[in-house]
Design a protein around this ligand. Structure first.
Ligand code: ADP
Ligand code: MG
Length: 678
């Protein structure tokens, strides 16, 4: 049985079992389907063709007995000389003193390891006695944690394959495999670990990619169907006159794209099914405006609405703008983590008593202590941080509101529709009229006097500027240090004539708010900041955005940052300070200077970065796959989507025995399971 514990597999004792658990491997099935991320082929190349500092395999004859040095506790270094071609190559092995006994002068050995071209030296990670036969199998390389070695993992996976692979059953219908010429599951499994040839491997991968995508799409589309069927009866029959009246008070005419999206949202609201919709649009395209209209529609039915955003700064901003927008029409309240004590109690009471109509806050809004009276509409800004679990929390409170997700990560439309299988998607792909495109410049290197003078000029013209600090990868601490240094540097140039502010993630919330408030009120003219200003912040008077180390940001993030300016009627500028080393980096800077259109940008980024590295994938909330790559294997994903649609539509998943195996897997999925049980 494949769902037995890995401890059943030959060679897995208690200790190893625990280590394998760390890798997420619990059952025999987990082990069998732990696929390599790459493969080693022991191809012997002439020494002159080896690449310095890269992995290489060499074959040679030992010209001396290995010598060994011990140092520290349990540490050793084994050194030997190999005759390879006409060269004497030094081979070094660490902490493998046992190998000394196995190796003797005159032996032929094959060693794999890191190659040092200058010293003609190899640091051996793997070796075997004897020649490297070219028919040696392609060897799998797995993702590891320190506690498990590659050899161990290979051994136990091989053991599992030998003992249990026969139990692996086909899950795809025969017709499907015929249509797409896919190998059967058992065969493909063997080929994934020990491919007989690159071609066989390709087909095996193709099979598992399709299988993975099909399961994903079936799950998404089934969930969508279950959602719909489970929520009959929550039609919101909003008051059209009041809504029209409200829209007319807005100081602008909606764009065509806004009108289209709004119509889609209102249709969902009126329908007896619960809305589960993603509203996509570039920064400043007017998503919030559209969402707010939806919110008001719900208010006219006597319900409450909530807006959830990722940060307190944003919550604060939205609170103020909604309050202004709904003045005299609805009561708006702000609830974040920093609202405490008596005030908090009072707000919570006013929510449950329905004295307030609209609640703005961070995602903490759905915490246990918050009880809504009659929640009809929820807007979630930045979709990725709000998952199935939160939705479940709402439902557990007996709430089944229409939910609108907003995201400013422009994902190419085709990709979005395919990737968010359980959501409907609306796209605002048009900017309000009268926006001046932001002029973007790319300057090589550091912040110069020229840039400082440029900022000064903008400030003297009554405007404001952001300066985004260099980004140090994975080091919050250093990022902040950078921000502080840069702040002092800039302040020393500008002050006292120009006030400079500093913003970073370690400031307390009230400090952050204070800084943002000062900036919004133009008491600060220049704001030095880490990327915390990335999302949503709206100060229309800011017209200059300077980004240090721009090459370290993804296109999407640069675009988000740039979106902080160009929000008013004045001409805005974005200055990218960057010294990209590679062509891709240069290309990215060029693209930034050439387009202001987030969708265009995302298409370009897609092409540029290629598979496995699509910008902001984690940020965007796009699903992650084990074998398949959504971008690279886009066609397979689309095929799977269509196939899944047909299967779900015809109810084949439930009725047709050929889909039984797929059905069984999907029914075990916790999300589907939860949905069925609910
Ligand atoms: P997003 O949420 O997509 O970033 P917002 O809804 O916050 O965009 O809109 C950005 C700014 O543009 C706001 O100041 C808003 O009042 C304004 N705005 C929204 N829609 C329009 C429109 N159709 N015409 C002009 N200005 C608009
Ligand atoms: Mg509805």
């Amino acid at each position: 049985m494949l769902n037995q514990s890995i401890s059943e597999v030959k060679g897995i004792g208690e200790k190893l079992q625990a280590h394998l658990h760390e890798l997420g491997l619990f059952t025999i099935e987990d082990l069998l389907f732990y696929f390599p991320y790459r493969y080693d082929t022991y191809e012997i190349k002439p020494l002159t063709e080896l690449v310095h500092n890269e992995k290489a395999t060499i074959e040679g004859v030992l010209t001396s007995e290995p010598s060994i040095n011990f140092y520290g506790k349990k540490k050793s270094r084994l050194t030997m000389t190999l005759q390879v071609e006409q060269f004497a190559v030094k081979a070094v092995m660490f902490n493998r003193s046992f190998a000394k006994k196995q190796l003797n002068k005159g032996d032929t050995i094959t060693a794999t390891g890191k190659w040092d071209q200058h010293r003609l030296q190899i640091t051996v990670s793997q070796f075997k006695k004897g020649e490297a036969k070219s028919q040696d199998p392609i060897q799998p390389v797995y993702t590891l944690k320190e506690s498990v070695t590659l050899l161990t993992l290979r051994k136990v996976i091989k053991a599992a394959l030998e003992e249990y692979a026969d139990e692996v059953e086909e899950i795809l219908p025969e017709e499907t495999m015929l249509t797409y010429k896919l190998p059967d599951r058992k065969q493909a499994l063997h080929q994934m670990h020990y491919p007989e040839s690159p071609l066989m491997l390709k087909h095996a991968k193709r099979r598992f990619i399709y299988e993975e995508f099909l399961l994903f799409q079936l799950k998404m589309q089934l969930l969508r169907k279950l959602h719909r069927e489970s929520t009959k009866g929550n039609a919101q029959n909003y008051d059209n006159d009041r809504l029209t009246d409200f829209v007319q008070t807005l100081p602008f005419e909606l764009t065509g794209a806004q009108k289209r999206s709004l119509a889609e949202i209102l249709k969902d609201m009126k329908s007896p099914y619960r809305m589960n919709r993603l509203l996509q649009g570039d920064v400043g395209s007017g998503k919030t405006a559209v969402a707010a209209i939806g919110l008001y529609a719900s208010i006219t039915t006597g319900k409450q609405g909530a807006l959830m955003v990722p940060t307190e700064i944003l919550a604060d901003q939205h609170y103020h703008s909604l309050k202004e927008m709904f003045a005299g029409r609805a009561n708006v309240v702000l609830l974040t983590g920093s609202v405490k004590g008596k005030k908090r109690k009072e707000i919570l009471r006013s929510i449950i008593d329905h004295e307030v109509d609209i609640i703005v806050g961070t995602h903490a809004l759905i915490q246990d202590e918050v009880d809504f009276n009659n929640l009809g509409f929820v807007i979630v800004d930045e979709q990725h941080r709000f998952g199935v679990k939160q939705r479940r929390t709402l439902r557990d409170k007996g709430l089944d509101p229409d939910v609108l997700f907003m995201t400013a990560t422009p994902i190419p439309r085709t990709l979005a529709i395919t990737a968010f299988g359980d959501m409907d998607v609306s796209v605002i792909d048009e900017m309000p009229a009268g926006r001046k495109p932001i002029d973007t410049y790319w300057i090589k290197g550091e912040m110069t006097n020229r840039v400082l003078a440029f900022i000064q000029k903008a400030v003297e013209g009554g405007h404001q500027a952001y300066v985004i600090c260099p980004l140090i990868e994975e080091s919050d601490q250093l990022d902040i240090q950078n921000a502080v240094d840069l702040y002092h540097q800039i302040a020393s140039v500008y002050e006292p004539n120009i006030s400079v502010g500093l913003m970073h993630g370690r400031l307390h919330n009230d400090e952050k708010e204070e800084v943002m408030k000062c900036f919004a009120e133009n008491e600060l003219q220049v704001l030095v900041s880490t990327t915390v200003v990335e999302v949503g912040v709206n100060v229309p008077n800011a017209t200059v955005m300077v980004i240090h180390d721009a090459e370290r940001f993804g296109l999407s993030q640069l675009h988000q940052l740039r979106g902080r300016v160009g929000r008013g009627s004045e001409q805005s500028y974005c200055i990218l300070l960057a010294d990209p080393k590679g062509d891709v980096g240069k290309e990215r800077m060029r693209i930034m200077t050439e387009t202001n259109d987030g969708f265009e940008l995302s298409e370009q980024d897609l092409k540029l970065r290629g598979p496995g590295d699509f910008f902001g994938r984690k940020q965007s909330g796009l699903p992650e796959f084990k074998v398949g790559d959504m971008v690279h294997d886009y066609r397979a994903l689309e095929t799977a989507r269509q196939d899944a649609a047909e299967i779900i539509e015809n109810d084949s998943l439930i009725k047709d025995e050929r889909f039984k195996a797929l059905r069984d897997i999907i029914e075990q999925d916790e999300h589907v399971n939860g949905e069925i049980l609910d």
